[in-house]
Design a protein around this ligand. Structure first.
Ligand code: NI
Length: 254
């Protein structure tokens, strides 16, 4: 059994064949999927998805790209959605200094508001950190986010930073780039992080792993990430599948 800890099945790229995508995931042994949201609209879509499909769980929140859409009304609506059944986390939230689609001060405000909401609700958080390592770490510490659970999604930082996160109690989720030829840094990360803190994800529809690089990604492909990790860690594929699924279930309270 595999658990894809991050897939955007609510995305428009799955509009035409979502049911088949979910079926292919099941055929590939991917029985559980965490579907994070990127804004209020996507959070409502995710709520529908989790009602429709067994095995799909959700998170609600505003992605740093959309941080400018945050206001009091949106936050109170999101807090309502966060309490619904099968919504197990707040995310994805964080900072993105690569694209800077929302001004950095606005991104920080939005990130902090979500962390406070997660803390009020006692829920774990799914973190997006792109080229904002220092600010993300500082804010997570200041807001005591590690007390309710932190998952670093599609991890792209150094092995040293991963080690710090593990020490603070966070988990690290590895996505398709670990299968790419130039994945030296990520390979080091996988070697560094103990199995009990690792999760695997696709980040569908983005970042398809080899051998599907460049195509639309889907949860069934998470097995390629698991295969790569089994080679790096020199343990059986089945063990990678079982341990990462168990980690994700425990983290999300499933
Ligand atoms: Ni994502």
């Amino acid at each position: 059994m595999l658990f894809d800890s991050h897939a955007h099945l609510d995305s428009a790229s799955f509009e035409d064949d979502r049911a088949q995508v979910v079926e292919r995931a099941r055929d590939a042994g991917v029985n559980l999927v965490m579907n994070p949201s990127v804004d209020l609209e996507s959070s409502s879509k995710v709520l529908k998805l989790v009602k429709e499909y067994e095995g799909i769980y959700g998170a609600v929140g505003i992605h740093p790209h959309s941080a400018s859409t945050m206001d009091d009304m949106t936050m109170s609506l999101l807090e309502g959605l966060a309490k619904k059944e099968k919504i197990q986390a707040i995310g994805e939230i964080g900072l993105d200094y690569h694209y800077d689609y929302s001004p950095r001060p606005v991104q920080k405000d939005c990130f902090i508001e979500h962390l406070r909401m997660a803390r009020r609700l006692g829920m774990p958080v799914i973190i997006h950190d792109r080229e904002a390592n220092e600010d993300v770490m500082r804010i997570l510490r200041e807001e005591k986010a590690f007390e309710t659970g932190v998952l670093m999604h599609c991890y792209s930082g150094s092995a040293e930073l991963a080690r710090q996160y593990v020490r603070l109690g966070a988990s690290i989720s590895i996505a398709g780039p670990v299968t790419f030829k130039n994945a030296r840094k990520l390979v080091e990360v996988v070697k560094t992080v103990p199995m009990e803190r690792l999760m695997i994800e696709t980040d569908s529809p983005f970042l398809s792993p080899v051998p599907n690089r460049g195509k639309r990604n889907e949860p069934a492909f998470v097995r390629f990430v698991a295969q790569r990790i089994s080679l790096i860690k020199e343990i059986a594929f089945e063990e990678v599948a079982a341990v990462t699924s168990g980690n994700a279930k425990a983290f999300f309270g499933i």
